[in-house]
Design a protein. Structure first.
Lengths: 399, 233
């Protein structure tokens, strides 16, 4: 062997030897001492799906003899199976993996180290109970009570006769103009309440707006065209429009056939509506509800026939398409406010004011959260940490 | 009565669902899971309602020889062919659908149904979807015309994002030295636009939507919203 190679091999051996000295005997080093007594308790105020396991740390934990803890569970006296791991410094573990009510669980904790594992003695049995309140949702309850309370309070204030200022929604102000234009041109009004079923809140919002618009259509004696992609939406829309025609004093003008079912298939529905627009040339098109990829196909076809188009959806991905292709777009919350805005009913307007109060709260949280999160990056002062922790609790995520 | 009963049901079910969200204890624990089942049962009946309505409207058009009645012939033919073949495909007994003997063998029906679906329906659907590409181009052309300061900002942002997601975007600014490339290298700028201004805008809209949904639901539950029942009179 050449001298330089022999030398390097020797050098390598010298470098490696301490490692070998640590790792090599590791396999024969004794396993860490087991953790102290293990206790398991049902987590209170929850849905009964969580057990808190706690233990005394292994005496070897401080001497780097423990890499992690392995938490093992036995159900109804069966064999112990691993349900998770905890880092070396931990003394508590929350088990929420398939925990069910009326089953007796017992836990043992294994301190795992390079030399093996030291297993504790099993804990006493524990069963879980389903409580009457889920505290994990407490923060949502507080926020919901604040928002709902403010909405109800403003509704009551409006009922008491207080005048409320509501900002203009250009899209809704254009409804009268659009229906009026259709009347003058003798062309129909096309209304699409999205392509989702009645279990989607956007469809419900679309149909509540239909109630106000169809009343206007009845008063103007214009023709309504409303193809639907769900039969349940068709029957609900028929009831809504019939009631509106009745309220407008024109029950004779109502025709069942103007609201009809086409197909549940997304592009089959679009093909029908596009064809309908090209043939009937409606003067005003309303797209108010939940839309997906068909939004732009519908809006561009409407644009090509020169119709006034008012769209509204709460699908953030479809909003740019509507903004690009329609004359007016109700963005997100405006879709839900439109019915109240059109009716100009004080109680409904009161609910919008309450909604604005919710926005104010959201703004306060965003600004406070932004400021204190930034401060936390520079200082560890107790007040900053406290506010961050409070915000984390309210939003359900520790900060 | 016609308004009171729907309002009562809406209020009751709405309140029940809110309570069940916070109360995990029986009987509330299963409400959230079971209510959609009731909706599905009603929706199943609505299928019959929808099919019946489709046939009624188009058969009336055909019988009256209305304007565009030929489209109705295509619709009714398509509906009936797929319905019959679908029922034959569903049935377990060979060559029969719900006790009605058919001339078609079950295997033939299945093949024909699948063929009609794959060779006619799927290409038609793809054709409609592909129209989107052309509509995106025409809508973008109108939206990105720099007529106002806002439209100009939109145009610039769109340009950066479009170019930043292509190899050309990488090549154009690949020469930039280290501190500048972190901010002004086009793919990085594109990623920043998507991660920060775009996400901030989307979240703003989503917060508004959430509040709008709460407000709308509360109006329905409390019976303040009655537009869908013909107004507040």
């Amino acid at each position: 062997m050449p001298r330089f190679l022999a030398g390097s091999a020797c050098f390598s051996f010298l470098l490696m030897s301490p490692v070998i000295a640590q790792e090599g005997p590791g396999s024969s080093s004794p396993p860490p001492a087991p953790p102290g007594p293990v206790s398991a308790a049902d987590r209170t105020w929850d849905a009964g799906g969580e057990i808190i396991v706690s233990w005394e740390p292994s005496p070897d934990a401080d001497r780097a003899g423990v890499t992690h803890y392995d938490i093992q569970r036995s159900a109804d006296g069966g064999a112990f199976e691993s349900v998770g791991t905890a880092p070396a410094g931990a003394t508590e573990f929350r088990d929420d993996s398939g925990v069910n009510e009326n089953i007796e669980y017992s836990y043992q904790v294994a301190a795992v180290g390079p030399g093996g594992e030291g297993i504790s003695s099993p804990s006493a049995s524990v069963t879980t109970h389903i409580d009457w309140f889920n505290r994990d949702r407490g923060n949502i309850l507080i926020l919901m009570l604040i928002v709902c309370g403010s909405i109800t309070w403003y509704i009551e204030r409006a009922r008491a006769g207080q005048k409320l200022y509501i900002r203009k929604i250009a899209g809704m102000d254009a409804v009268t103009e659009a229906v009026g234009r259709a009347t003058e041109m003798g062309q129909p009004v096309l209304y699409i309440a999205g392509i989702q079923d009645m279990d989607d809140v956007q469809t419900v919002a679309g149909l509540t707006i239909l109630g106000s618009i169809s009343k206007m259509i009845a008063e103007y004696e214009t023709h309504l065209l409303m193809p639907t992609s769900r039969s349940l939406v068709m029957s609900t829309a028929r009831e809504t429009v019939k009631e509106s025609y009745l309220a407008a004093g024109r029950p004779d003008a109502y025709r069942d056939d103007s609201i009809y079912y086409v197909t549940d298939e997304q592009f089959g529905f679009v093909a029908h509506v596009d064809g309908l627009m090209s043939r009937k040339k409606p003067a005003a098109c309303f797209y108010l509800g939940a839309f997906f990829a068909e939004s732009l196909i519908l809006a561009e076809t409407g644009n090509s026939i020169g119709a006034i188009q008012v769209a509204g959806t709460a699908m953030p991905t479809q909003l740019p398409f509507f903004v690009a292709a329609c004359d007016y777009t109700l963005i997100g919350e405006e879709l839900f406010a439109a019915s109240a805005y059109l009716s100009q009913d004080e109680k409904m307007l009161g609910s919008l004011k309450g909604q604005d109060f919710g926005k104010l709260i959201a703004m306060i949280f965003i600004v406070t959260g932004g400021v204190f999160s930034t401060l936390a990056a520079f200082t560890e002062a107790a007040p900053v940490a406290m506010v961050n922790r409070l915000l984390g609790l309210l939003w359900g995520s520790p900060q | 009565m016609k308004r009171t009963v729907p309002l009562f049901i809406t209020g009751l079910v709405g309140a029940l669902l809110i309570v069940s969200y916070y109360v995990p204890h029986p009987p509330f624990d299963s409400v959230e899971r079971k209510i959609p089942d009731y909706f599905n049962i009603i929706a199943a009946f609505a299928f019959i309602l929808g099919g019946g309505n489709l046939l009624r409207i188009h058969l009336t058009r055909i019988s009256r020889r209305d304007h565009e009645w030929l489209y109705s012939v295509v619709t009714v033919t398509g509906f009936l062919v797929m319905l019959v073949l679908g029922l034959l495909k569903m049935t377990g007994a060979e060559g029969s659908a719900f006790g009605v003997q058919a001339n078609l063998d079950l295997a033939d029906a299945r093949l024909l149904y699948d063929w009609l679906y794959r060779a006619i329906f799927v290409p038609c659907q793809a054709t409609m979807f592909s129209l989107l590409a052309f509509f995106v181009a025409s809508a973008s052309y109108r939206a990105f015309r720099a007529k106002t300061p806002e439209a100009t900002v939109l145009l610039l942002a769109a340009f950066v994002i479009l170019v930043g997601r292509t190899p050309v975007g990488h090549l154009i600014t690949a020469w930039m030295p280290e501190p500048f490339s972190d901010y002004f290298h086009i793919p990085n700028l594109s990623a920043w636009l998507m991660s920060f201004p775009n996400t901030a805008g989307q979240r703003t809209i989503q917060i508004g939507i959430a509040l709008g949904i709460i407000s709308n639901s509360l109006r329905l539950i409390l019976g303040v919203e009655r537009s869908h029942l013909g107004g507040s009179d």
